[in-house]
Every structure is written in C-alpha cells, then in structure tokens.
Design a binder for this molecule. Structure first.
Ligand SMILES: Cc1ncc(COP(=O)(O)OP(=O)(O)O)c(N)n1
Ligand SMILES: Cc1nc(C(=O)O)sc1CCOP(=O)(O)O
Ligand SMILES: [Mg+2]
Length: 587
C-alpha cells in the first residue's frame, strides 16, 4: 500500500533506521522513531514540544537512557495507524510528522506509559496537536495550535461508564476537553454489509472506517463490532505470545535449530496474516482496564512443573487462541477463518515434534551409559559380551570397527541393530553414515575428521541421531550449532582403546557440561573407580569401551556404572521424562 508522507515524515522514516544502526540495534525500535522525529529541528514535532515546554535535547537524553524499546511491528503498521488518524482527524490521508509521533506512542501501551513521565503523554500531545482545520505541513510548520483545541470529528460513545474509553465522549461535552482517544472513527448508524448485530449494539459499539484504511483488511468499509474486535485482538495477542514462548523453548531448551526455525516461520506467517486486521482497529477496541478477564485467575495459572510443561501449556494456549480466531473469524470472512484453521493444523505438527518426540530422541534423552563396541576384537564371544552389556544396563551401543571389510561390517551392524532394538537400546555406527543407513541404525557417530554433520544428515534424514566428538569448547558450541543430537566430550583420562597426546580432562568436562543442554557423554579411560570424579565435574552420561570390552564380567561392570550414574538426576532439560527416582547425592 502506498502512503502519502510529508517530506519531514519521509525523512524521519529513514532517520529512524539510521538511529537503530547508530545505537547498534538490528531492529528499529519505537524510540528510534522518536529520536528521528526530534532531529527535525524545524518540524511540527519540535514546535509541538516547544508549546508543551519540552526541550528536544533533554528528551533525547532521557530517551537514550531508557531500556530498549519494543520494535515497530512493521513500518506498514505504523504508517497505517498514522494515516488512519490523519484521515479521521484531519480528513487528509497525508501523514505529517506529528501524526507519526502519535502513532509511535500508540504502538505499545507499556512503552507509552514509560515515556509519558518524560512529557510524551499521549492524550496531552493529541490535545495539543489538532488544528481547527487541516493545514498542509509545509505551510503549517510555524503555526502553533492552541492546547485547548477540540477534536474535529465526533467520537464513538464510550462502551462503559467506568472504562477509560469514557474519554472518547464527544468534545462538545461541557466539561474540560477529555484526553484524546486513540482512534477517532465515526459511529456507525447502520451496518450495510456487516452481520448481524442488533440495532442497539450497532450504534453504540460499531465504527465506520474509511475505505482507504480497509484495503488490506478482512472486511469492506464497515468494521466489526467492538466485542468481536476484542475477541480477535485478544486471541491474536495470545497466539503471538504463545509462539514466542515456544520459540524460546525450541531455541534455548531444546537447542534445536530445526524446530526453532519451524516456530519462527509460523510466527512470521501468523504476524503477516494478523495484519489483515488493522492495528488501528484493534487498538480502538482494546479496553484493558474494563476487561473483566484481567482480574480473574485460574487454579494452576502460576504453576509450571517443568520446562516441558511450559511448552505444553503454551502449545495448548496457541491452539485455543487459533480455534477462537477461527470460530469468530467466520463472522468476518471465511477465508480468514480458514487460515486460522491451517495455522492450528501446523501447531499439531509442532506438538508432535516437541512433546511426542521420536522413540530415538526419548531413548537418547534417558541414556546415561554408552558403549563403544568392537565385536571383531571379542572374537567368537562377541554375542556373549553384547548380552552381558545389555543385561548390565548399557543404553546405547556403538559399532566401532576400524579395520573390518565393509560387507562384514554391514552384516555385523544389521545383527547388532536387530538385537539392540529388541532390547529397546539405541544402536549407532561409528564413522560411517552409509553403513548406518543400510543397517537401519538409529544414527551415526562422527569425529572431527569424519563427514560433516550436514552431509550425514542429508544422507540419514531428520530422524537419525547424529553424535559428534568434541575436544575443545569451541567444538562443543560448533557441534550444537550444526545440529548434533549429542556430543562425546573427551578424552578425560588415558585410554586403552585409543592413543591420545592431549587430554582436555575434567576441566573440559566441566566447561562442556555447563554449556550443554543436550546429551553430552564424557569418555576416555572411564571406569567404576574414577567415575565419581567425572560425575563431580558435572557429567551425567558417559561412554566407555575398554572397561566393558575387556572385562571378564561385563554385566557386573555395566551394572556398577549404571548404579552410580543413576544416583544422579539427569538435568530436566535433557530428558523427555525427567521424573526419574534419583536423589542427588553430594559427589
Ligand atoms: C560417543 C563417542 N564419542 C567420541 C568418539 C570418538 O570419535 P572419533 O574422534 O571419530 O574417533 P574414532 O572413535 O572414530 O576413532 C566415539 N567414537 N564415540
Ligand atoms: C575412541 C575414543 N574417543 C575418545 C574421545 O575423547 O574422543 S575417547 C575414546 C576411547 C574410549 O574408550 P575407553 O573407554 O576404552 O577409553
Ligand atoms: Mg571417527
């Protein structure tokens, strides 16, 4: 949509971006617009402030001292609001700089409350801004408007005596001019195309908007009645807020780039869709102090049992909000309602992904004891050793064969996969995504010199588990960023399985576990004798080879390791079911 901006307003739109860049912000915040408007030294805003006894320099300083302001949803939203206001109050679609300032202050009630003490008090500014008759910006830059100027157009009657919307009473009232309304729209006398309010509600709660501002909206010319707008406004807010919570969950709790991306895309698509209900209309219907729902609380509203519970609650809230938007949206426009329904379906996919994660992810989340197994080194007794390890409580088996021919290796992998799956134990292949694929393993383990994660993922798909060896904290961050499902952290101690010339040791275990929210398995020379040190450094999961592969009684060694490991609780964020029995003893 094209907007008609005065030269000053146009400059301010660009200057806001410069302010954002200057202050090191990636997004343009509300404050950046005000700072941009203050730069117009000869402009309407400067004159307005002068009339109100405010110093632009002082204001600039105060604004710069405020915490980061909310972002502007989009320049389009801001301009639509400014243009709506100009049309209603000046009967002129041109957006002047003062209209831009008022629009900025209407974007976010909390922000408006924060800047009001600086003198940027919305009702006061609105009252000061309005001319007796519209004047072009160029001609009027030096024409001060009297503070007591009345509103030029009649306003909708207040919906309730007690609400602040009572401030929207007609300016012809005998008392002092009330604070200005956030939006001035004509009361509607009849509703030609909009169904189905009864006659009494039409005149008191519906508003007529100009066709120009209705262009991108979901209705023609006649806006919905206020109660309907309130339902839609509230549920749009609910849905957007829930999406934010879910995005944080995927990003910070699950550390999962792929689901984070899914929620982010959903949030952006939703934001685009909700803009079809113009913000100006939504704001005109908003009436928080009079909303009977804001003071009601439900049992459990402030209780959350775990991070997963927060996720679950917000998925439900999102689905309910979308259902409400769909049902009430049917009164507006069937295609709008259809979109709400499609968003709701997308949340079911998300729910499956976040709450009912795959068998593999669940087993991984619970896994504490991981075994690197080289059957060729066990000779004919490899099956016996496997059974022993499984009965002792090994939860992940990795086939680690360095010298076996591919075909023999594939046959071994298939046999191990069958047995492990029978035992509900994860089976992974070391080094070789191709063998992991053909043996239908649960995933692959990759070292720093093996194939990169992206290539292995391409081959194995989204559901496969991919583990990565890490030896430095940089490698840990990199592995998580690249989408590893788990990491190996080591070597902790000298190993009988592999020779190392560098040991990041327990300090690395400390660092790596502190920054990891997904499974991290400490490994390298770990035995029942030294395990307590590893646990004390923060590890809750380990991978071992020699201490099981060379033990005469692998089952009992595995059981000892498990008993010690199980006596420490797994961090809740790592587990789907974190309600395990384990008390946390002092190490
Ligand atoms: C669980 C786990 N962690 C680390 C490794 C080591 O992998 P890599 O560095 O590729 O060395 P090799 O095992 O391939 O010699 C691992 N295999 N498993
Ligand atoms: C193969 C391997 N990689 C390690 C790493 O730190 O990346 S430690 C290790 C050997 C693990 O076996 P054991 O328990 O016998 O020491
Ligand atoms: Mg390797």
């Amino acid at each position: 949509m094209e907007y008609l901006l005065s030269p000053g307003a146009e400059r301010a739109m660009t200057a806001a971006q410069s302010w954002a860049a200057r202050l090191g912000s990636e997004i343009v915040q509300l404050t950046h617009f005000i700072l941009a408007l203050l730069d117009e030294e000869e402009g309407r805003v400067a004159q307005l402030l002068h009339r109100l006894g405010l110093s632009p320099d002082r204001l600039r300083e105060q604004l710069l001292a405020l915490p980061p302001a909310p972002p502007v949803p989009s320049p389009e939203t801001l301009l639509a609001l400014a243009r709506d206001w100009s049309l209603s109050c000046r009967q002129d679609p041109q957006v002047l700089t003062d209209a831009l300032l008022l629009a900025v202050l209407q974007m976010d009630p909390q922000y408006a409350a924060a800047v009001a003490p600086l003198g940027l008090d919305l009702p006061r500014l609105q009252a000061a801004v309005l001319p007796a008759s519209p004047a072009p910006e160029s001609a009027a830059e030096s024409t001060p408007y009297p503070l007591s100027q009345a509103w030029p157009s009649p306003l909708p009657p207040p919906p309730s005596e007690t609400s602040p919307r009572a401030t929207t009473t007609s300016p012809t009232a005998e008392s002092a001019p009330p604070p200005a309304p956030q939006l001035t729209l004509e009361p509607i006398q009849n509703a030609p195309s909009y169904p189905p309010p009864d006659a009494s509600s039409v005149s008191s709660t519906s508003v007529l908007i100009s066709p120009a501002s209705a262009a991108p909206a979901v209705f023609d010319a006649v806006a919905p009645p206020l109660p309907l707008l309130r339902v839609l406004d509230t549920n749009c807010n609910r849905a957007r807020e829930a999406l934010r919570v879910l995005e944080d969950f995927c990003r910070f709790v699950r550390n999962d780039p792929s689901s984070t991306e899914e929620v982010k895309t959903l949030r952006h698509d939703f934001a685009r869709w909700e803009q079809r209900l113009p913000l100006s209309l939504r704001l005109s219907a908003r009436d928080t102090p009079a909303d009977v729902g804001t003071t009601l609380t439900a049992a459990g509203e402030y209780q959350r049992a775990s991070l997963e519970h927060v996720c679950q609650i917000n998925l439900k809230r999102l689905q309910e909000a979308l259902r409400s938007l769909e049902e009430y949206g049917k009164l507006l426009d069937p295609s709008w309602a259809k979109h709400a329904e499609q968003f709701r379906y997308r949340t079911y996919h998300l729910e499956g992904r976040l709450l009912h994660s795959s068998r593999r992810q669940q087993l991984l989340a619970q896994a504490r004891l991981y075994w690197l197994f080289t059957p060729s080194a066990a000779g004919e007794r490899w099956e016996w050793r496997l059974e022993q390890a499984l009965s002792g409580g090994v939860q992940v088996v990795q086939l680690r064969e360095k010298h076996l021919a591919d075909r023999a290796c594939l046959q071994l992998a298939q046999a191990l996969r069958r047995r492990c799956h029978q035992a509900r134990v994860l089976f992974l292949v070391n080094d070789r995504p191709d063998l992991a694929l053909w043996s239908e393993a649960d995933g692959v383990h990759l070292g720093q010199d093996d194939l990169p994660i992206a290539q292995a993922r391409h081959l194995l798909g989204r559901e496969a588990l991919i583990g990565v060896s890490t030896h430095t904290i940089e490698q840990v961050h990199q592995a998580w960023q690249q989408g590893a499902d788990y990491i190996g952290i080591g070597p902790v101690f000298p190993s009988q399985t592999k020779a190392f010339d560098h040991f990041p040791g327990l300090e690395f275990v400390r660092q790596a576990t502190a920054v990891s929210v997904r499974p991290a398995f400490a490994l390298g020379g770990i035995t029942p004798e030294n395990l307590l040190h590893v646990l004390a450094a923060g590890a809750r999961r380990i991978a071992v080879s020699a201490c099981l592969s060379q033990a005469s009684d692998p089952a009992s060694i595995a059981a000892q390791l498990r008993a010690l490991l199980d006596s420490y609780a797994l961090p809740g964020v790592n587990s789907v079911d974190s309600s395990g029995p384990a008390p946390v003893p002092a190490p």
